[in-house]
Design a protein around this ligand. Sequence first.
Ligand code: GDP
Length: 359
Amino acid sequence: MAKPDQPDNSPKKKDSTRSINPDAAMDYLQRKKKNPDALNLTEGILKGDRVLLSQAITLIESENPEHQEIAHQIIENCLPHAGKSIRIGITGSPGVGKSTFIESIGKHITGLDYKLAVLAIDPSSQLSKGSILGDKTRMAKLAVDSNAFIRPSPAGTSLGGVTRKTRETIILCEAAGFDTIIIETVGVGQSEMTVHSMVDFFLLLLLPGAGDELQGIKRGIVEMADLIAVNKADGDRLEAAKLAKRQYRNALHLFPPKENDWMPSVVNCSALNDKGIDEIWDIITDFKQKMTTNQFFQKKRQQQELQWFHESIDALLKQYFYQNSEFKAALAEMEKAILEGQRSPFRAAKKLLELLLKN
Ligand code: GDP
């Protein structure tokens, strides 16, 4: 029997009383040696340090492979501490009042002593090379709230990139102790679908007195909503807002019931005057409670995890394929053959995949 302070070289028995797993400890030391930043940043995040959280998110957003490697380490370290939040997606056309609304409900949420992280997906930044939300004065009160963290996330080079980065940012925010995550989307193109695939609750903001087409709202988005809020229900728009509420309520009845048994509702609110905001938060709280009870909360998250897994395979395969110099040459050759009418696009793609599998 080896003494406690000497290494035990006897054949290993499973000893459940040992508190430290020597392999894990060695693994930890090796990782620390190889990658001190990842561990320092992880420790900071777990302590709720916002500066280090921001630095880690910047690494996630970086295209630099070394940064990505550190980012992956941090995400793996944070994963066991993530997941304990409600993730809320908020969408609506530009000008509907999203940032005013997020500020209003955000103050309500932090006032109840929850910790709120606000992330924005901003597809237009790809064109403008800057973020709409770069100007934090959009949510001035939340920006100085000690219970809130606002992070504008510029869009990556591809939609898939946006999905990955936002999902990973959610994990870090949760590990840092944020129990409420709001993900804003500017309501352009595919972004609603993307956000819908990573949230628990999806809120659609609409304007009074404007038809779906006028607001650029696709039918599919109304169908995805767990709640519709007709904003700007104040002043001379109040009556129009009430009418829009009734119309959307009727429209919602035409959709088949959702698998999770949740009946989406329509409410009026005035983000500017903080009216109807507490009611919306109560609906979200009620949703979380009901979905937890009927186990759909967990079920949906598991489905989203699997979807993320498959999307990651797609993305990695593409990345592997397109970054490999050998394939680049073969790709150029195939493109030429297609343009010269020597190969069909399908057969050319198949040929390239065969080359990939041989390697
Ligand atoms: P976003 O582009 O969707 O983020 O919209 P903003 O929050 O920037 O709001 C656009 C404009 O609508 C701003 O001038 C806001 O002050 C105004 N606004 C937002 N919410 C309300 C509201 O509830 N009532 C009224 N009357 N105006 C609002």
